[in-house]
Write a protein that binds this ligand. Structure first.
Ligand code: UDP
Length: 333
């Protein structure tokens, strides 16, 4: 264990962060969690993982945590992530996502921590001119959420230029879903807005029906197409990126499986896995939804050696279902 990197995971009590913590912990890395628990769940983090209930704005405290835990690398997941909410509350989004990252980077600078893995997003591309989306494609976000993450990418580039010791990798996620193989942790957003959990809520009767947002998109079945990547594959990419990072690195990778599924295809797949009809109502388009978003992720595959193992969306649905069946009310409060 002596030579293994020591990792601070911000947002480690959240959906994606908790999966990172679980994998890092199982692989024998020293991992500590920083989370203010405004959205995360304490129960999502194992008891024996050092946990700091700290806000990203607390720069001095973060510097102390970095030093005391001899952190080598930060995986930064802590952020707000609902597109619609970002339109209603842009100040909160810029404060938490952009300002929070800035405070964290300043604490890292003061503590001399030079490796950074950043949770970026396909939302930094906005409405793509062409699909699949490549990393060097135009980035023009269409909502404050996308801009709040885009700005962090911008800051990272400038900081990287000014400090050759600093190396970062920004991972641009497409649609993340699924749960840990053993069903012990999963997705619990309140309120939930994402498609797969909403499909399962409708299947469980937690929601009366799933509303399909728009059936008149220029796609084969009229519903939106997205690239769904399994959370365990996503975390595998983070660990590869973390191990590969070198001083001066400024890397950007798309994380998607390179295949799009429409909302209707997701519903069909879910009905097969869940062996039940999902009650559905067809509604209006949701503002800000591009018709199709899917990744070209050859770069991550070539440069990081990443290979997503769950390329059939049924695997993702199956694993999410395992979590929700056993935790119909999510984590205990
Ligand atoms: N969607 C839907 N009904 C829902 C939630 C989502 O039809 O209750 C659609 C949404 O319009 C989009 C796709 O499912 O086309 C994925 O949406 P999600 O919110 O999961 O992720 P996003 O693509 O916004 O990051």
């Amino acid at each position: 264990m002596e030579n293994k990197l020591r990792v601070l995971v911000t947002g480690g009590a959240g959906y994606i962060g908790s999966h990172a913590v679980k994998t890092l912990h199982e692989k024998g890395y020293y991992v500590a969690v920083l989370d203010n628990l405004c959205r995360g769940h304490r129960k999502a983090v194992p008891e024996d993982v050092p946990f700091f209930q700290t806000d990203l704005q607390e720069t001095d405290r973060i510097e102390e945590i970095l030093r005391e835990n001899k952190i080598d690398v930060v995986m930064h997941f802590a952020a707000f992530m609902a597109v619609g909410e970002s339109v209603q509350c842009p100040i909160e989004y810029y404060r938490n996502n952009t300002g929070g990252a800035l405070s964290l980077l300043y604490a890292m600078k003061k503590a001399g921590v030079c490796r950074f893995i950043f949770s970026s997003t396909a939302a930094t591309y906005g409405e793509p001119e062409t699909t699949p989306i490549y990393e060097d494609q135009r980035q023009l976000p269409v909502n404050p959420y996308g801009w709040s993450k885009w700005m962090v990418e911008r800051i990272l580039k400038d900081y990287g230029k000014a400090n050759p010791e600093f190396g970062f990798t920004a991972l641009r996620y497409f649609n993340v879903g699924g749960s840990a193989e053993d069903g012990s942790i999963g997705e619990d957003h309140r309120p939930e807005t994402h498609l797969l959990p909403k499909i399962i809520y409708a299947a469980l009767g937690k929601d009366e029906k799933l509303t399909v947002f728009g059936t008149d998109y220029p796609t084969p079945d009229g519903t939106c197409i997205r690239d769904y990547v399994h959370v365990e594959d996503l975390i595998a990419a983070h660990i590869l990126a973390m191990e590969a990072i070198k001083p001066g690195d400024q890397k950007f990778y798309n994380l998607g499986i390179g295949h799009g599924y429409s909302v209707k295809e997701m519903l069909d797949a879910a009905e097969k896995v869940l062996e039940r009809k999902i009650p559905v109502v067809y509604g209006e388009r949701r503002p800000g939804d591009p018709a199709r978003l899917y990744a070209n992720s050859d770069k991550a595959q070539k440069e990081l050696g990443w290979k997503p193992l769950h390329t059939d969306v049924a695997d993702m649905i199956e694993s999410a279902w395992k979590w929700y069946k056993n935790h119909p009310n999510g984590y205990p409060d």
